[in-house]
Design a protein around this ligand. Structure first.
Ligand code: UD1
Ligand code: MG
Length: 450
């Protein structure tokens, strides 16, 4: 199958009115990436040589997402919504260029796996002209039914056009279809709209192929995998299925999840070996975690790279641009953003480290805050290797603390501190011996008079 070229046509024209959203349906996210992104990723893994994406009129946002994922994708607009076959034909120019195999997918079916796409496509190499993907849902209402005889697929009948006998069939059309490139256009061009909905049904490809004497077959998929998303409820169901997959994959890859059902991954989360993830942790997009990292309970990570042996949390928030080198320790209630913290450095309690570089072995005391923003622009803080920042210090950026320097507790640092210096930036303590007892005595006298 490797040497056969594959044109993928992704139908992404659905507005998804049941989502009740300003966002087009296929841009809604599952495990941190759009449904369209998931489908394009699966087709890429299944060996797509060319990708055509059919979008609705004025949907530059959907087109842009498609090109972000597959820069060489060709985008076509389906102006009138006349049915699934009509939608595929919007990509006529791509079909005319020819391909050995053509695969049609819906962008609102985000959980389909590359293996399933390969299984759907496989019969084409053996001479089938059409292959449909079937599944057996608990409730077949609304789906097209696959009319089969042994291995042969005789027809796909839409619910509205089905006879009572056909309605009794439980084997349903998932919607994904593989077509032989040699026959695809000729078949699609002959699909009419004489049916209950007056639409050009892609599913009619089966009977047209058979009338030409060309074989049609059905492949089978799990219901979970081909579940389409039409509502926020189904979006949450898809999320749950995908999270379950991602948790199992994380554990299979050598990570310990103490309470897997409380850990939420993004589709692109990367975990090393012997990573321990405590309960209630959320991985946003763009997180990679090295070996032997421990993520304590209630952490939130996004766009962060953690090298081996790092420890974070409980209650740490790592925001995009965070880079923690080997052995760094980030403690409770610490937020980092665009911060590179070098090996062995510690930020253990109640801190904000943003737009900063912290050298190896530095220690940022409890409550250290980088003041990186003046309401207009962001400024950088540089903390040298081995520096020690006393508790409750504000580092007003742009500012540099030299290597090995000390900053005394409670400082507001507004100018650079040279290497190995001590910076004190707080008012000197005043002690008045006996002041408190004199004060109390004076108050007592006043109260007696009153
Ligand atoms: C379709 C199948 C049905 C299958 C079901 C699975 C047909 C005729 N029927 O029915 O057998 O069981 O999916 O969910 O194919 N679309 C366009 N342009 C159009 C029409 C549809 O882009 O003009 C896109 C939709 O956005 C959607 C997909 O094609 O992503 C399916 O369309 P939909 O109207 O939901 O078809 P169903 O009636 O559900
Ligand atoms: Mg549908």
């Amino acid at each position: 199958m490797r040497d056969r070229s594959l044109l993928v046509v992704v139908l992404a024209a659905g507005e998804g009115t049941r989502m009740k959203s300003r966002l087009p349906k296929v841009l809604h996210k599952v495990a941190g990436r759009s449904m369209l992104h998931h489908v394009l990723e699966a087709t890429r893994a299944a060996g797509a040589t060319r990708t055509a994406v059919v979008v609705g009129p004025g949907r530059e946002d959907v087109a842009a997402e498609a090109m972000r994922i597959v820069p060489e994708a060709e985008v076509f607009v389906q102006t009138d919504r006349l049915g699934t076959a009509h939608a595929v034909l919007a990509a006529r120019a791509a079909l005319e260029q020819g391909a050995d195999d053509v695969l049609v997918l819906y962008a609102d079916t985000p959980l389909v796996r590359p293996e399933t796409l390969a299984a759907l496509r496989a019969p084409l190499a053996d001479g089938a002209a059409v292959a449909a993907l079937g599944f057996t849902p608990d409730d077949p209402t609304g789906y097209g039914r696959l009319v089969t005889s042994g291995d042969a697929l005789l027809a796909i009948r839409e619910e509205k056009d089905a006879s009572p006998e056909e309605k009794a069939i439980g084997f349903c059309n998932a919607g994904l279809m593989a077509l032989s490139g040699a026959h695809a256009l000729s078949i699609l061009d002959r699909i009419g709209n004489a049916n209950a909905k007056g639409e050009y049904y892609l599913t009619d490809a089966v009977e047209i192929a058979r009338a030409d004497g060309l074989p049609a077959v059905a492949a089978r998929a799990d219901t979970e995998e081909v579940a389409g998303v039409n509502s926020r409820i189904q979006l949450a169901e898809a999320e749950a299925i995908l999270q379950k997959r991602l948790r199992l994959a994380a554990m299979a890859g050598g990570a310990t999840l103490i309470a897997p059902e409380t850990v939420f991954f993004s589709a692109d989360t990367q975990l090393g070996r012997d990573v321990i993830v405590e309960p209630n942790v959320v991985f946003g997009p763009g997180v990679s975690v090295g070996d032997d990292v421990i993520i304590h309970a209630f952490c939130h990570l996004e766009g962060a790279h953690l090298e081996a042996g790092v420890s974070i949390g409980p209650y740490a928030r790592l925001r995009p641009g965070t880079r923690l080198d080997a052995g760094v320790r980030i403690g409770n209630f610490v937020e980092t953003k665009a911060a590179h913290i070098e090996s062995g450095a510690k930020v253990n309690h109640l801190s904000y480290v943003g737009d900063a570089h912290v050298g190896a072995g530095a220690n940022l005391g409890a409550g250290t805050i980088t003041c990186n923003y003046d309401g207009f622009a962001k400024y950088r803080t540089e903390v040298g290797a081995g520096a020690f920042i006393g508790v409750n210090s504000a580092l007003v950026a742009p500012v540099t603390i030299g290597a090995g320097a000390y900053v005394g507790t409670g400082a507001v640092i507004t100018s650079d501190v040279p290497a190995n210096a001590l910076a004190l930036a707080r008012s000197r303590q005043v002690v008045k011996e006996g002041w408190a007892s004199a004060f109390r005595a004076a108050r007592a006298k006043k109260d007696d008079k009153a």
